[in-house]
Design a protein around this ligand. Sequence first.
Ligand SMILES: [Zn+2]
Length: 136
Amino acid sequence: MSYKLGKHLPPVNGESAPYWEGCKQGELRLQQCPSCSHIQFYPRLLCTKCSGRGLSWIAASGAGRVKSFTIVRRAVSEAYEPDVPYVIALIELAEGPTMMSNIVSCDPETVEMNMSVRVTFDPWTEEISMPLFEPA
Ligand SMILES: [Zn+2]
């Protein structure tokens, strides 16, 4: 799942910069609301539960479980051809939020619902280290 020219790179903006900085340092960061303690992903300006401002960043444990997944067998473009077949999954993090990522370091056919996974980071570019998940 390494970076190849032509793959989609996520935008880094004011709200997501601390998140991507964390990924570069090998830390999965989530936002927490100072008013209601709600933890959320993806990075946003306001709390999705109470619209509170001034969200802080916490380091997630990196642990999660597979909530849903699919195996991609046909690449969407040339850039993804070396990766097929690969797994796109919804991962429910131990802290609560769900994020979409890939399950790597295993045979796609062995991925199962509720499988325990942990985050790993793949440096794609100078700016982006992609959070991926592998069997725990
Ligand atoms: Zn809140």
